[in-house]
Design a protein around this ligand. Structure first.
Ligand code: G1P
Length: 285
């Protein structure tokens, strides 16, 4: 078994789809009820058993760094007031995982952002999670992926059914069923039109890569939108090693768009009002 302990969370983009809300507040800091999206992602990673988390930020996204850092004045205030519950909730995250901040100084695409984590990965396999793709299921999405990777040692990505009209929003895979909810990825295309999309299976924001991904990114030329796409790096990887896909069972929200954010907020708010209750529902498409 090849264990994967490290996860990268790219959070360095401009968040143009969430403007104007994301102008001064990074989109990853927009709240899902009482927690910012970045914390929801970090908690999913911790629940999945990752203990080394690398958050890739742009230099101006100091709010993300601040969110996970100590805040002596606030903590002293809460201690004085006897609010140990709040104090503990602020400190808990820091105690559960080591969070490292990595900078992407030029916004050259998701693949380029991931490449900023090469030193952090230090030759080990590494997971990647897009914090604006929010999953809600009985088990953490990243945990399902981690288990699949550790069983095979092969690069594994999360697949989900998307509508024909949604292919322009995602990486789309051509696959071969491999049994037990697993697929072998034969090809991936970034944001194809519906007429050229190879299937209705999107590659949706969760990945576990072997360390070969970094060489593949280095060789990746700008693609869709003139950016260095992780999808194109996966395409290079496909020529070198097998890549697997797993279908996630649970709900997914694309919180990087206003519509998806509203859906995610409403779902998490309803859950909160019911007092928890994870895991109902089916894959959203
Ligand atoms: C990125 C990836 C895309 C993937 C999507 C999932 O796109 O490039 O392949 O399907 O995340 O959330 P973005 O949403 O950054 O445009």
């Amino acid at each position: 078994m090849r264990a994967v302990r490290k996860v990268l969370i790219p959070a360095a983009g401009f968040g143009t789809r969430s403007l104007p809300a994301s102008k001064a507040v990074p989109k990853e800091m927009l709240p899902l009820v009482d927690k910012p999206l970045i914390q929801v992602a970090v908690e999913e990673a911790i629940a999945a058993g990752f203990d080394q988390i690398g958050i890739i930020i742009a230099p101006w996204k100091t709010a993300i760094r601040d969110h996970f850092g100590p805040s002596p004045e606030l903590e002293a205030f809460l201690a004085r007031k006897g609010r140990t519950d709040l104090l503990e909730s602020l400190r808990r995250i820091r105690s559960l995982a080591a969070i490292t901040f990595l900078e992407q100084r030029e916004q050259l695409g998701l693949g380029h952002a991931v490449s900023m984590g090469e030193g952090f990965a230090a030759g080990e396999p590494v997971a990647v999670m897009n914090p604006d793709t929010v999953y809600d299921g009985r088990k953490p999405c990243l945990g399902q992926l981690k288990a699949a990777f550790e069983a095979t040692g092969e690069t594994t990505v999360v697949l989900g059914r998307i509508g024909r009209e949604e292919t322009r929003k995602y990486g789309v895979a051509r696959v071969e069923a491999a049994g037990g909810g697993l697929f072998r990825i034969l090809d991936v295309v970034e944001k194809p039109g519906p007429e050229s999309a190879p299937s209705d299976l999107g590659v949706l924001g969760r990945y576990v890569f072997t360390s070969a991904v970094f060489d593949a990114i280095r060789e990746t030329r700008p693609g869709y939108g003139g950016e260095i796409q992780i999808t194109d790096a996966i395409r290079i990887l496909l020529g070198r090693e097998p890549v697997r896909g797993v279908l996630f069972e649970g709900r997914r929200f694309d919180a990087g768009t206003p519509e998806g954010y509203i859906d995610a907020f409403a779902a998490f708010a309803a859950k909160r009002l019911r007092g928890g209750g994870e895991g109902e529902g089916t894959t959203r498409s």
